[in-house]
Design a protein around this ligand. Structure first.
Ligand code: AMP
Length: 195
């Protein structure tokens, strides 16, 4: 399976991505995590992206596209992959399509986890208060990330929807409930029955 998992910050996308990738036995590729690791290492990539991430802004397309191109060329991606946090702009969608075409591959699933805005902001704040360890989970930056999501990333889901490629999953409810809904979409019984 070659999966793109979409959803606003606070939708539970990261949590579900880990569970799903494990159940499907494919690498979980999170551009956010890869860049947080680069910042922690103090690598040139980390230095380049830190300011954008601290402000809750998107890192320039060219930087993330390079990261994805490198990552998808690694051998473990031959059996499939789950992209979490990429693509986040319509230009990234187009680059990904081109890249996959050059590899003679196609996405098999594009899924959006949907949660209402008011709930998202509460969830992100709670995550920050509970010590997620993410400096961008605090009030102002969290609100900025949501704003950036609606301006730049919501059009990604709209683009896939128009092409008839998008499956929407309700993100309301417990981790178990959402996981079971995703299990149904992906035909992964080990994720549990749909509720
Ligand atoms: P995430 O862990 O997916 O919530 O991403 C955290 C931050 O990393 C975002 O707020 C952006 O600053 C940056 N980021 C992650 N993925 C991308 C992407 N595909 N395009 C641009 N910026 C990204």
């Amino acid at each position: 399976m070659r999966i793109v998992l979409l959803g606003p910050p606070g939708a539970g996308k990261g949590t579900q991505a880990v569970l799903l990738a494990k159940a499907a036995d494919i690498p979980h590729i999170s551009t956010g995590e890869m860049m947080r690791a680069a910042i922690a290492k103090g690598s040139p990539l980390g230095l380049k992206v830190k300011g954008f991430m601290d402000r809750g802004e998107l890192v320039p397309d060219s930087v993330v596209i390079d990261i994805i191109r490198d990552r998808l060329s690694q051998t473990d991606c031959a059996k499939g992959f789950l992209l979490d946090g990429f693509p986040r702009t319509v230009d990234q969608v187009k680059s990904l399509d081109q890249l996959l075409k050059s590899l003679n591959k196609e996405l098999t699933h594009i899924v959006e986890i949907k949660v209402a805005d008011q709930i998202l902001i509460e969830r992100i704040k709670k995550r920050g208060a509970e010590g997620s360890g993410r400096s961008d989970d605090t009030g102002e930056v969290a609100a900025k990330r949501l704003q950036v999501y609606w301006a730049q990333t919501a059009p990604v889901a709209a683009y896939y929807r128009e092409q008839g490629r998008l499956t929407e999953v309700d993100g309301l409810g417990s981790i178990e409930e959402v996981k079971a809904r995703l299990g149904k979409v992906f035909g992964l019984k080990c994720l549990g029955p749909a509720i």
